[in-house]
Design a protein around this ligand. Sequence first.
Ligand code: DIG
Ligand code: MN
Ligand code: MN
Length: 389
Amino acid sequence: MSDFTPTRDDKFTFGLWTVGQTGRDPFGEATRPALGAPYIVERLAALGAYGVNLHDNDLVPIDASAQERDRIVAEFRQALSDHGLVVPMATTNLFSDPAFKDGAFTSADARVRAYALQKTMRSMDLGAELGASTYVFWGGREGTEVDASGKLLDALAWFRDSLNFLADYSDSQGYGFRFALEPKPNEPRGDIFFPTAGSMLGFIATLDRPERFGVNPEFAHDTMAGLNFTHAVAQIIDAGKLFHIDLNDQKMGRFDQDLRFGAENLKTAFFLVKLLEDSGYDGPRHFDAHALRTEDEAGVWAFARGCMRTYLMLREKARQFDADADIRAALGAYRVDDAELAELTRGFTPEKADALKAREFDRVALGRRGPGLEQLDQLTVELLLGLRG
Ligand code: DIG
Ligand code: MN
Ligand code: MN
């Protein structure tokens, strides 16, 4: 069995802002020193990561001169080259600067919306320079606390105009970005627009170039809202829109904790990993998470290593699940297939409708049948506890 050491082939990525998080939170100052981007690259490469992602200002300070920007980028690119990491995804920080305090693309101030477009184009230039192929939009400040603003419909139109503009900008520059929209229900705004995967899928359909847009779902964001993240990811995969994914963990009904992957909901994480692997998803496994505020730098790298090890262990558990004879038997008993009914209920014809309406079903017997889900779930728990085999 593997020793669960990650390799580049596993496509694990981390944002600079994740392992670089200094422990600051709304109620406390930083508990650990900031880490430079080249150092982060070196340490993640040594752990077996595949790449790093970034917001523009994770790397280039918002007030950097053009010369400083070029120096910082050159130094970062050298570190990437030295240590063999890539930058699969880039994104824009449209949430830290006070200018965006009431939204960026959805601000009621046209000057803020225009500045957000300018900042994003410059950030896309940086992402393209670093070789990113996916561009994420997380609208952390796109929302409200006060709906008396009367801008709900305008906000949707402004957001749509911005994304249409930026998709065309990407094409005009030959960047070829695939855009991944990231839903979150709240925090830092009281309510964030486009709170769920469904919101994003519905909105994408209204864009000029919907084929350019997909979803970047995050484990913690659906879990905060009491939703089943694995179900959300299944619907996104079904729509052909899983362009990227943010992995972490979360206690239900709490603020966005961005916990180490598998730290809280092991069974949900298992079914998510199984879904991703079974679906053939071949994109980055991105950990948008950070070490607990209590930790020192050693704890940060234990956090990063733990994210990857847990994913690999759950991938092995998924293989064991598929190979387990008792689980296969329970799954076989659970699903009742009927070729004749499959033919009768797909591809409508009046004849099929008549035949189906005339069909006899033993409703009482159907209601009495036990699907065996308790046994199947117990077998799953025993597998995850490592007590089968
Ligand atoms: C938060 O979940 C958001 C930001 O960290 C970033 O814009 C995006 C990319 O993973 N996730
Ligand atoms: Mn988050
Ligand atoms: Mn995220």
